[in-house]
Design a protein around this ligand. Sequence first.
Ligand code: PLP
Length: 443
Amino acid sequence: MKYYSTNGIVSNVSLNEAVIKGLAADKGLFMPEKIKQLPQEFFEQIDTMNLQEIAFRVAEAFFGEDIPADDLRKIVNETLNFDIPIVQVKENIYSLELFHGPTLAFKDVGARFMARMLGYFVKGGNGKSVNVLVATSGDTGSAVANGFLNVDGVQVYVLYPKGKVSEIQEKQFTTLGNNITALEIDGCFDDCQTLVKSAFMDEELRCKMFLTSANSINLARFLPQSFYYFWGYALLKRMGREREFVVSVPSGNFGNLTAGLFAKQMGLPIKHFIAANNRNDIFYNYLQTGEYNPRPSIATIANAMDVGNPSNFARIISLYNNDYNAICKDISGATFDDRQIAEGVKRVYSETDYLLDPHGACGYLALENSLGEGQTGVFLETAHPAKFKETIEDILQQEIQIPKKLQEFMRGEKQSVALGGSFKEFKEYLLKEVLHEGREIYY
Ligand SMILES: *Cc1c(COP(=O)(O)O)cnc(C)c1O
């Protein structure tokens, strides 16, 4: 299968190249040339299949032409070695809990899948190693670091702003060791981001070491998220509630929602999507007016959705051939401010005992406001509430428990390399790493 760029300037590339490059040379996002339909028989039997089997069938439709079935099955099984349960919150509203992975965030699945696919391609490349650079303000770094841990041939450098991430977040990427190196930068998140961007543009670094990124623009990270939608449908079908299936997706960069739109085009009977935003309502406004006006992000208590220019918007436009009416037919929008999110978390907890996190709360509230007669709503619960401990405790005015998995990170020993924040120092560090390790990295 070939992959085209949403900017349409460069020619189509192979899966291998799309995954290793991440972004196309014309700065567009890669999209598969065709989307395969899954057969009727698959949907009829989906309620008898387990998560790994469903995910494999979906992955095969995407990647089966390029990766042999045994290798692909291994990638899928190693990615999904945890459960994704569904919990009924109200009569017609269910929570699909995507947060049972190692860092308790839904980004674990995409990060783990991408790591294994990259590892597979590197292995085919004569023992050369790939260096992944990732700048983080907290959450992405932990999912990527844990996802890539111990993947052969892949070195990960996590750049994070000194003193600006919470202790628990810091522990999640500084205690791993092995192929994961944490770089503590004397600066803010934007400085980290700038260092990474400068490295990608640096001629000398680019020819001496193989560099790639691991954010949600990479198709190997966002596309596997379509598994959730098939799995959610299968779980509803087991309960006989799969008709009139509405999915609500807490959205920031729109990778998750875009993966759902792919699932629908592959034949999954999803009635309707809701894109749930916090106050960063750029997509909501687009649906209301047909005009897309990106703007700087606003800080909210659902901070993983504080995005002012969603990177996957270009993929949605491309998927619908820029047909605004067709987009509005499939997706509606919703937006909630901090006060509404906080009231929602509090009310749902007191009414139902179910504790939402601030992101999932947007998804839940959107369903509560809009579900029609006979419809069943599923919202994607994208993070465990304990990841936002202070916010939740502030809202509920009571202490909440930290799950064991998070506590275990706290016991690890922080290891990081302190860097000043100038590009010169960062570049020298990377070049020394290459020499010191004696790795063969010329690609
Ligand atoms: C990343 C993230 C989101 C937004 O997902 P997108 O795919 O970027 O739209 C929502 N909730 C949480 C907890 C996240 O970490």
